[in-house]
Design a protein. Sequence first.
Lengths: 221, 247
Amino acid sequence: MKKNWWKIIAIVFVLYTIVAGFLVPVPAQPILHETIRNLYFHVPMWFAMMTILFVSLWNSIKYLSKSNIQSDIIATQAANVGMLVGTLGIVTGSIWAKYTWGAWWVADTKLNGAAITMLIYLAYFVLRGSIDEEQKRARISAVYNIFAYVLLIVFLMILPRMNDSLHPGNGGNPGFNNYDLDKNMRMVFYPAVIGWILLTVWIFTLRVRIEKLKRKKLFND
Amino acid sequence: MYEKKTEIDIVLEKYFSVCVDLKLIFVLKMLSNQIKYLIIKELKLELRNKYALGGILLYVVSTVFISYLSFKKIVTPATWNALFWIILLFASINAIAKSFITETKGRLLYMYTLASPQAVILSKIIYNSLLLIVLSALCLLAYSLFIGNIIQDLPLFLITLFMGSLGFSSLLTMVSAIASKAGNNFTLMAILSFPIIIPLLMVLIKLSKNAIDGLERWDLDYLTILMLLNLIIIALSYLLFRYLWRD
């Protein structure tokens, strides 16, 4: 139980987010109105995705320096969970966009960034699928992971310079910046971010354990 | 603890620092030597079967001709620009995809015993840049012949093209090294390179659009970003290739 305190925090924070996220009053903003509550569900997904993809990158670097297959398992499962949260982020954003901007998908810098992230990691899985030998697969996909992640970060940094975003808080839209985000919303938003990130990490540790058990079974049979 | 340095200490320190310098110079000299010979090797191999080079050059010209026939006339600069870069992107992928495929297993093994991985990847990048510069020049020539030349600021466009060739070649060389380890098909090469080439492509399209419109002042910010992107890609290839090449 001592080791699992953070799982309890994850459950409590996510439950709190769901209850308080729908019940606590929010400031009335033009355009956004009640959809501002999506802040508690959509935005933390991207925080969680970047966190878990960083775990993946870190373990790819570790694999190249130590050649320990465990790092490869962690890197893959982290990328897997990253895709899961990324998909959830796109779905929550897409539904929200339908009711706020009037379309499921619009040409926006942040959407492009999200789409490219998904493409990169899908390519990563295709690359993994096309190599049979375990050590070779681990090594080569680690190289691609590092190469792609660095370029992705550079892209996410230069992208906002090229166009303005339609997102709330960007380009003069009302939204989540210092003036608009009031005390009530902060009280839900920060626990929401922590809760979703912890929940993601929990799913990730479970997947790593399952993968290890699978390999062990394969080894014993 | 803190003794005063004697004269002998100072002389010794100088001696060692000179030694370190000499070693660095020696290593760099060896690297540049290896790179030189590897590039000569690439050139010789390329000239030995000219049909591969001819094929890729013909690929560009035919693609431009097909676009010319399908588009008839291109009016908007944005379309002109986008089409040009898309043709060049596909031609570059085609040209570079073969850079690690053509190496036979025996030849690779022989190369491992002679050269360092850094020399191999840098020589490939330099050679492919030269190839792409020729390719993009030909592409521009054919494109302006058939579809028309609307560039108002040619120097900026040429600089963009040059930097673009450099960036494309370094990124695609690295990706082709990765793809060559994994079944080696063109599809893999394309899906691995498209998402990560987008930042480069967007900056290039932006800069060349400026050149087409003939803006008064050059956008130095974007030129710097382009330069930095190239540097990052080359540095990453330099660092990561050593984990790729040996099986």
